[in-house]
Design a protein around this ligand. Structure first.
Ligand code: SF4
Length: 252
């Protein structure tokens, strides 16, 4: 599906997107729409829920579907309400790492524990992008942010491991540097009938790249390719990787 075909899913009045040039969120938005198109899902029977942050702009205002743009950290709670009230609808949460695991982590783990039939897609750019480049719980150790100018002294969450431990039946991670693999895991998540969690490693050249000496978007994409290591559940849980590397694949 090319960009012209994708336009049938988008509200023309809100284009172009508000994303910075070179932001990975545009790639992710296109991959989600391709996955929906290839599965031939009924856009009119889907509800997209997001919180606050750059990734939260992916569905709302762009998608020509029912969208809920909610408060910071709470999209999973809102989505749970939608699913309880209208269980026949496909409810998809699309938001960022700052929103879903840094602020809204408690909602995320309890939705996984309850096994609510939601599709959660988390864009991880390792920082609070829209609100000023502050350190998030996903910022890797040592990285520079606007609130850690000397380098992040803390370790970051591995959100896939966290959600897996909470009981999610579908857990996967991919990067915007591998669109075909990304579309495949999003399709798997959309087809999964219980709680699913997909983490998408993406690039924020404006807030993260500039602070960490990778200001050129193409170099950030290359860095994502070089950091991704294929693995499954066993590797994720038993074989720690060196700092800067992460597993991609399906873990549950
Ligand atoms: S601040 Fe970062 S995440 Fe937000 S739109 Fe710009 S590049 Fe993308």
């Amino acid at each position: 599906m090319g960009m012209n075909d994708a336009k049938k899913y988008l509200r023309p009045e809100v284009m172009p997107t508000p994303f910075c040039p070179g932001c990975g969120h545009g790639i992710l938005m296109h991959c989600i729409l391709i996955a929906i198109d290839e599965l031939n899902l009924d856009f009119d029977r889907m509800v997209f829920v997001s919180g606050i942050g750059c990734a939260a702009w992916i569905p709302s205002p762009h998608f020509a579907a029912d969208t809920l743009h909610t408060t910071h950290g709470r999209p999973v709670a809102y989505a749970t309400g939608v699913k309880l009230y209208r269980p026949e609808l496909d409810v998809v949460v699309i938001s960022g790492d700052g929103d879903l695991v840094s602020i809204g982590g408690n909602h995320l783990i309890h939705a996984a524990r309850r096994d609510i039939n939601l599709t959660v897609i988390m864009a991880n750019n390792k920082v609070y992008g829209m609100t000023g480049g502050q350190m998030a719980s996903t910022t890797p150790h040592g990285c520079i942010t606007s609130t850690t100018p000397g380098g992040n002294p803390e370790r970051d969450f591995d959100t896939c491991r966290l959600v897996l431990a909470a009981g999610a039946g579908y857990v996967a991670r991919q990067t915007v540097a591998a669109p075909k693999d990304l579309i495949a895991v999003i399709k798997g998540a959309l087809e999964f009938e219980r709680f699913s969690f997909t983490e998408v490693m993406t690039n924020c050249p404006t807030q993260f790249g500039r602070m960490n000496q990778v200001p050129v978007p193409a170099d950030m994409i290359e860095a994502l390719k070089n950091s991704a290591v294929k693995g499954g559940r066993k590797e994720l849980l038993t074989k720690p990787l060196p700092e800067g590397k992460f597993y991609v694949g399906r873990f549950a």
